[in-house]
Design a binder for this molecule. Structure first.
Ligand code: G3P
Ligand code: MG
Length: 348
């Protein structure tokens, strides 16, 4: 614990604790910063009564762009620089799957962005729903590619293609078309489009970058998220196959313990490269708004981690004040600034 100095000298760095922040519903809502978020960043950068910088990382289930682009957006929203070395989004851990599969179908996000993210991760052969619709426009009766999508989608002979895995990188912009194509792949003979399996038990695995049924956007009420798309896909598969088929679906993101372990490794690298601190911190304060993702995951990593992962729930997003959260945080506060002050007070 650093010695207090005055008035503000940000040469002191907290070495026993760090913060990790969820983004939507904690720092940002509908693309705009939550009012207390900008002040919070200043406190972390040393504008606190101890003149102490506090190491911190960001862990969101969102995605759809490269980590660099997401950090540029967040830097603009929070009015200070945020670097990819302190940032994890829903699809970041999918990077580790790149070598495992040959051809993958990547679903979600704007235009070609997620294809570029996947290729940047090292996935060798990435197809998109646009490529499939370009090959056979009858795939999605009510979804026509725009001239731009037609130009960007790639020509493939899907008679020759075997889809080895499906990765839902970001929220679908066309649920009907994407669910249709995912079902076609799931019900195919081993990932060959245009075929139908007899037992519906030979489709490739499906990976979702997270499982949030709802999330906190600009609307006053929560909005449907990727977990809802996953449910619709799974239930429709069950209906279409009379419950006899076999589907393999997996989720990354929070609350998966593996995602928090990934965050732990990134956080230690960040503390060491940015702040010159080695070894794990005593306490990681995780600030989130969604009990099912943020609080559940933080409490679960706490059972296995060396550091004490301390969950803090805020009231600016999914969680509604006055309700009983399904997973219990160690503390509940109004907003992200109160969360940081709560952590600092506990430490000092
Ligand atoms: O689509 C993003 C959303 O489900 C959650 O984002 O930042 O609250 O983890 P976040
Ligand atoms: Mg959130």
């Amino acid at each position: 614990i650093p010695t207090p100095i005055s008035p503000i000298d940000s040469s002191v760095v907290a070495d026993s604790f760090v913060f990790a922040f969820d983004i939507d519903g904690v720092l940002v809502r509908g693309g705009r910063p939550i009012p207390e978020a900008i002040e919070t960043m200043k406190v972390l950068d040393g504008e606190n009564e101890y003149g102490m910088k506090i190491p911190h990382i960001f862990l969101t289930n969102g995605g759809g762009k490269t980590e660099e682009e997401r950090c540029q957006d967040l830097s603009r929203q929070l009015q200070r620089e945020i670097k990819p070395g302190q940032f994890i989004c829903g699809h970041t851990p999918m990077r580790e799957m790149a070598g495992k599969y040959g051809t993958v179908l990547v679903v979600g996000g704007e235009g070609e962005k997620c294809r570029h993210v996947a290729e940047g991760y090292g996935f060798r052969d990435v197809v998109t729903p646009g490529d499939i619709i370009k090959h056979n426009a009858a795939t999605t009766p009510f979804r026509k590619l725009t001239p731009e999508e037609l130009a960007n989608s790639r020509d493939r002979d899907f008679g020759e293609v075997v889809i080895d895995a499906v990765f839902v990188f970001a929220d679908s912009r066309d649920w009907a078309g994407d669910i249709q194509i995912m079902l076609d792949v799931a019900m195919s003979q081993g990932g060959r489009l245009g075929t139908r399996s007899e037992a519906f038990d030979e489709g490739p695995p499906f990976y979702f970058s997270h499982n949030d049924v709802v999330w906190s956007a600009a609307h006053e009420h929560v909005r449907l998220g990727m977990g809802a798309l996953r449910r619709m896909f799974e239930i429709t598969f069950e209906d279409l196959t009379g419950g006899k088929g076999e589907l393999h679906t997996h989720a990354f993101g929070k609350p998966q313990v593996s995602t928090f372990e990934f965050a732990e490794r990134l956080m230690q690298t960040w503390r060491s490269s940015e702040h010159g601190i080695s070894g794990p911190p005593q306490t990681v304060y995780f600030v989130g708004d969604t009990p099912e993702s943020d609080i559940r995951g933080t409490n679960a990593i706490n059972d296995v981690a060396d550091s004490d992962w301390y969950s803090i729930l805020v009231k600016t997003g999914v969680y509604q004040d006055g309700t009983e959260p399904t997973y219990k945080p160690r503390a509940t506060v109004s907003n992200v600034l109160d969360a940081v002050n709560h952590g600092i007070q506990r430490e000092m």
